[in-house]
Design a protein around this ligand. Structure first.
Ligand SMILES: Cc1ncc(COP(=O)(O)O)c(C=O)c1O
Length: 354
């Protein structure tokens, strides 16, 4: 395997990349959760990556912003949901590189800018709120949505470097092929084999990259993603197409079919994308209280709820190790303070000093 690993890495190195991050991110055991679930659980800390409170988009932006810089971009534009971590991190990296960030949101401007929106404001990002209705509901494919927004951004900004939602194109997703090689090395070092690797899927680029990378090197790790949005029409097909394109980019002709995509769709979304779910919130509290690690209510909380439920249902086998890929998103916690306030929670001890 070492030889193939080296070949894939050599292909990856052909693509210019900024080194914005401290890599590798830690792969750590979760001893208290492991005792609770009676099986070994590890966490991959991509929440520790990147600027302005970090997250998984750092790995995609390493490649995307290298291209923006090489093209001499002055303005960079992208889009997402109101609590898009990708938009926030794109704005931060753009500022780091002296570019002007433009973020498009297809919703009304909220009265209060909270969570990621507050950070965008601090970064001086230009936020364009265009209330088209926010899309979603799987009424369009991811590819059509990107095509439409690219057109809107061009009409509004003129010349700029456009990044698709979630940094989702071949170049961005190469960041997660690289991450697959990284986790395989770490897992081997810790003696972890045949582990399920559970992650959230928003645009599916993280999964596509990891799946392509692990497949190319013949890893025993088994990726599986929890859909957090019910956002896209023919989602598995889109992920399969991206994973196949990534293999091609790295000079390997290997077709990944929609039926090969390990995606649990719809089941752990709750009401809809961008709205916290009761199960997600409970999962956030469980990990916080057992391990002191914070997830977020839009992506990782829902994905972790999926992991816990799948363990209960036997969907991830009865034993054997599990790895949860923490993709970040902590600013989202501060966007929904009402989810966590507990008026009955405080006990006041009244002392009569008279
Ligand atoms: C914190 C967090 N986790 C997971 C994801 C999903 O990643 P992907 O879009 O690559 O599926 C995103 C963004 O969409 C995110 O911000």
């Amino acid at each position: 395997m070492a030889e193939v690993h080296g070949q894939v890495m050599a292909q990856l190195d052909q693509f210019p990349r900024l080194v914005l991050d401290q890599l590798p991110t830690p792969l750590l055991p979760l001893p208290n959760l492991s005792a609770d679930l009676a099986r070994s659980v590890y966490i991959k800390r991509d929440d520790l990556l990147g600027p302005a409170m970090g997250g998984n988009k750092a790995r995609k932006l390493d490649y995307l912003m290298a291209e923006a810089q090489a093209l001499g971009a002055v303005k960079v534009a992208t889009f997402g949901g109101l609590q898009s971590n990708h938009a926030r991190m794109t704005a931060a990296v753009a500022r780091q590189l002296g570019m002007e960030p433009h973020l498009f949101f297809f919703e009304h401007r909220p009265q209060h800018l909270r969570g990621n929106l507050l950070i965008n404001q601090l970064l001086g990002a230009h936020m364009h709120f265009i209330p088209f209705g926010g899309g979603g509901g799987a009424s369009m494919t991811l590819e059509t949505t990107n095509w439409l927004v690219r057109w809107v951004a061009r009409a509004r900004l003129g010349r700029h470097y456009f990044i698709p939602v979630g940094g989702h194109n071949r170049l961005g997703c190469l960041g997660y092929v690289r991450a697959a090689l990284e986790i395989e090395n770490q897992a081997r070092g810790l003696g972890i084999e045949d582990a399920w690797v559970v992650m959230p899927a928003g645009t599916g680029g993280t999964l596509a990259g990891i799946l392509a990378g692990l497949t190319l090197i013949g890893s025993s790790l088994k990726p599986i993603a929890i859909d957090v949005g019910k956002l896209w029409k023919t989602f598995s097909k889109s992920i399969a197409h991206m994973a196949t394109e990534l293999c091609l980019c790295l000079q390997v002709s290997h077709t990944i079919a929609a039926s090969d995509i390990p995606l649990i769709e719809g089941r752990y979304v709750g009401e809809r994308y961008g709205i916290p779910s009761a199960a997600g919130n409970a999962a956030i509290e469980r990990l916080a209280r057992l391990e002191g690690i914070l997830l977020d209510p839009i992506y990782t909380g829902k994905a972790f709820a999926g992991l816990l439920d799948q363990v209960k249902q036997g969907g991830l086998g009865r034993d054997g190790p599990l790895i949860f890929w923490h993709t970040g998103g902590s600013p989202g916690l501060f966007a929904f303070p009402e989810q966590w306030s507990d008026p009955a929670g405080d006990i006041w001890l009244e002392v009569d000093l008279g």
